[in-house]
Design a protein around this ligand. Structure first.
Ligand code: HXC
Length: 513
């Protein structure tokens, strides 16, 4: 080929020079991997195909404008565990990973290809936001990305990993994807940084206090997964992908394992304490029911009164939602309602059946919750469950009171099968509240109100709250031996393999936001 080939090699050489020793050292000194190392680690070895590596930055007449090959983002496709995925990785070493017009075009290109081919798309974010020198062109770039995020929502899984700064516009693309991962200590997300906060509000905060991984995974609920460093975060993304389908017309991969589906788990008979007010860990229930070691929790540290995550049952992916009696007695508040609703929406979009483990005394009372909108936010959970057309199963472990009975996937809102353990308590409200309302006068007049209350509570429990009443009315399908929960759920799910529900024609529903 002669000269033509030499020119080709020279171009390659020039790109390699851009990624020199200094380039690697700069990023490693910040405790981070480079954009290149990250993307190569993400894909199966030798499968990553880079697109647009040589395109130069658009440049600008203003200030410190530079032109770098690839414009500060590495984009392309490859396989992860053998399945095709598209990804981009922002390069903080190149103008702070800021988003200029060319950078944005590279991202929208992989997004379009991912959508066209029904493949997940992953963004590894390390960016100072809109590139200041490029002005409105960079804003337009973000607008184009946001539009792709919305168009792809519910069609292909979209995953974002924050592995450095995500400032300004850089936060809103991740916010519209399905899952956000963050690294501890090296990542942060905020719309306006500490300098602006200080100027506008006279508040002193560090980047970590304002938008670090801890804040977003425990308080704001923006991030679902936190890992100690880049390498572990990438392993986390790969693990999540094993549970997900590539798009909304496929099912999640079936991954068989050696846990027998007819395993009888006798310890489940004793997991709910005799005392109905004593807590227990619902995660133990989940772990004993699903395939051994196959529970991957989502948003583990946020709204811990509800537990959500992916699991396998007989090798099939399921989405698990469970009230957690260990935290706030498992009651539903604003954060847990929104967390549950968002997870249900994801499962429903991607054909993942939902299994609910219920033990909920009701919605959280109080002015704080009422004033912040528990009505509006609790409605999100109700709406999400009701709208979901994937197979929906419930096991009532213990409390199932009031609105919470309905919200947590009652058959009346479209739950396919409801099972109850013998410890289930199903009624309009718990015994204390019910007795106080129904027997107020009698209790006030009684010689020994405590004794009368004890007697009435016992009667209420035996006549009203036991699960056999709901069972005999058909509101639950069966009171089951807890030891057989696993096989009962599996058979019910298999029976729903061909479930088909059609909803009324409409542009879209109006979920209470
Ligand atoms: C151009 C940028 C940049 C940006 C960083 N750089 N952000 N260049 N546009 N937005 C460049 C710096 O000039 C520097 O270049 C290099 O990246 C590294 O930045 P440093 O500041 O030295 O790094 P560090 O101290 O780690 O601070 C990182 C940072 C800070 C916190 C991200 O750079 C920062 O605050 N950047 C601006 C964040 C921001 O406000 N973005 C715009 C948001 S508005 P040199 O040449 O010196 O190496 C927005 C609008 C979209 O995004 C809204 C859509 C909804």
């Amino acid at each position: 080929m002669g000269q033509a080939y030499d020119k080709f090699l020279a171009r390659q050489q020039k790109l390699e020079e851009q990624y020199n020793e200094e380039y690697y050292a700069k990023q490693h000194n910040r405790g981070k991997l480079t954009a290149r190392e990250r993307i190569l680690m993400l894909f199966d070895e030798g499968t990553f195909e880079e697109l647009d590596a040589y395109v130069p930055s658009a440049g600008s007449s203003f200030g410190k404008s530079k032109s770098v090959m690839g414009d500060g983002v590495i984009a392309g496709y490859g396989t992860i565990q053998g399945r095709q995925v598209y990804a981009y990785s922002q390069d903080f070493n190149m103008m702070g990973g800021s988003l200029g017009a060319v950078h944005a075009n590279k991202i929208t290109k992989v997004h379009d290809m991912a959508l066209k081919t029904g493949s997940p798309v992953i963004g590894l974010i390390d960016s100072g936001g809109a590139r200041i020198q490029e002005g409105v062109s960079s804003l337009n770039g973000y607008a184009n990305i946001f539009r792709r995020n919305v168009l792809a929502s519910g069609v292909i899984p979209q995953i974002s990993a924050i592995m450095g700064p995500a400032a300004g516009g850089a936060v809103y693309s991740p916010a519209m994807t399905d899952f956000i991962f963050m690294t501890e200590g090296t990542s942060y997300m905020f719309v306006t940084g500490p300098d602006v906060v200080r100027q506008v509000l006279n508040e002193q905060v560090t980047t970590d206090q304002l938008g670090g991984a801890k804040v977003h995974s425990t308080k704001s609920g923006v991030a679902q997964f936190v890992y100690s460093d880049d390498a572990n975060l990438i392993l986390g993304i790969k693990k999540l992908l094993t549970y997900l389908p590539s798009n909304n017309i496929e099912n999640a991969p079936f991954v068989p394992n050696d846990d027998p589906i007819d395993r009888v788990e006798e310890s489940l008979r004793d997991i709910v304490p005799e005392d109905p007010d004593k807590p227990y860990d619902v995660k133990e229930v989940i772990r004993l029911v699903v395939d051994k070691g196959r529970f991957f929790e989502v948003a583990e540290n946020f709204a811990q009164n509800i537990v959500v995550g992916f699991a396998r049952l007989g090798g099939y992916t399921i989405g698990v939602i469970a009230n957690q009696p260990k935290v706030m007695a498992g009651s539903l508040d604003i954060d847990s309602s929104v967390k549950g609703a968002r997870f249900i929406n994801f499962c429903d979009s991607f054909n993942i059946p939902i299994v609910t483990f219920e033990d909920v005394p009701g919605f959280m009372p109080g002015t704080d919750q009422e004033h912040q909108g528990i009505i509006r936010n609790g409605a999100k959970l109700l709406y999400a469950y009701t709208r979901a057309t994937v197979p929906k199963l419930t096991v009532i472990l213990r409390k199932s009171y009031g609105g919470a009975y309905i919200v947590m996937n009652a058959k009346g809102i479209g739950g396919d099968y409801s099972f109850a353990w013998p410890t289930a308590e199903i009624a309009v409200m718990g015994p204390d509240g019910a007795i106080a309302i129904l027997y107020r006068k009698e209790l006030a007049a009684a010689e020994d109100p405590a004794a009368l209350k004890r007697e009435l509570v016992a009667k209420y429990r035996s006549e009203v709250t036991n699960p056999y009443i709901a069972d005999e009315k058909g509101f639950i399908d069966e009171v089951i031996d807890p030891a057989y929960t696993r096989i009962k759920l599996y058979r019910a799910l298999k029976s729903l393999d061909k479930k088909s529900v059609s909803l009324p024609r409409r542009k879209h529903g109006n979920i209470p936001l």
